[in-house]
Design a protein around this ligand. Structure first.
Ligand SMILES: [Zn+2]
Length: 248
């Protein structure tokens, strides 16, 4: 029997100002009715995202929704471009919604950083970004809560995993037993680790969030930064939750 729904990981490489290359891992949830992108990369990345969607065998025109795991710029960056080209519904946790919609300042993106980024973008992309993320904009069409279920990809459960941001969520894709971790964990040198301390304002809460994942039978973890971990994730996540913040 052919699968009628599923999940695809879309690895995308971003050249960084210091000549390193950062690879991020947005995810695609697909079924007969919807094609849903989880996280959108930095501003101006729609062409790379569209290329990866096509490579996965889907028409980018089918994009019907975007789920944002949280408010950070490398997750919300290309949403203006995507929403400008495709009719997408936007899902995010209620606690990060006011930041995404400009009611509150993004917690890790200062006005100086914003100005610097906008200057580095092609003028049209910068304008589109500013217009879209204008204060008071109605962006999030569906405010999510812990335990919500969404039909995407055959069904995912929303897990509120605050700490990295107040409204950070992870998604559990039931059919493949895959956890879309967002930035609740990272992969480094083949190792699954807790969230990156310098960009996680509340590490204690972030570690408590990992303990919540024990309720799920996880076969595969997709970290936005670092990619896939399949070597007994439940055991490793339990250890991370028990051991507390790791310094390195
Ligand atoms: Zn983040």
């Amino acid at each position: 029997m052919h699968a009628k729904s599923g999940i695809e990981i879309l690895p995308i490489s971003i050249p960084m100002p210091d000549n390193r290359v950062m690879t991020i891992h947005p995810t695609l949830l697909w079924d007969e009715n919807s094609l849903v992108l989880v996280d959108t990369g930095m501003p101006g990345m729609l062409p790379s995202i569209a290329e990866q969607i096509a490579k996965a065998g889907f028409a980018v025109d089918r994009l019907s929704a975007v789920v944002l795991t949280h408010q950070d710029i490398d997750h919300i960056g290309s949403l203006p471009q995507i929403a400008g080209a495709h009719a997408v519904e936007v899902y995010a946790h209620a606690a990060d919604k006011p930041y995404i919609e400009g009611e509150l300042p993004l917690i890790k993106f200062t006005p100086d950083q914003r100005a610097g980024l906008l200057q580095s973008l092609p003028p049209q992309t910068a304008e589109q970004f500013e217009r879209y993320y204008a204060p008071g904009a109605k962006i999030v069409s569906h405010a999510l809560q812990d335990g919500d279920t969404l039909p995407f990809g055959g069904g995912v459960t929303v897990i509120h995993t605050p700490g990295h941001t107040p409204g950070h969520i992870s998604l559990y894709h039931t059919a493949s037993q895959t956890l879309i971790a967002g930035d609740a964990m990272v992969m480094r040198q083949g190792q699954l680790q807790g969230p990156n301390p310098p960009v996680t304002p509340d590490m204690d809460e972030a570690i408590r969030s990992l303990a919540k994942l024990a309720a799920f039978d996880i076969r595969k973890v997709v970290c936005y930064h670092g990619g896939v971990f399949e070597d007994g994730p439940n055991r490793t996540i339990a250890q991370l939750a028990a051991s507390g913040p790791k310094q390195d």
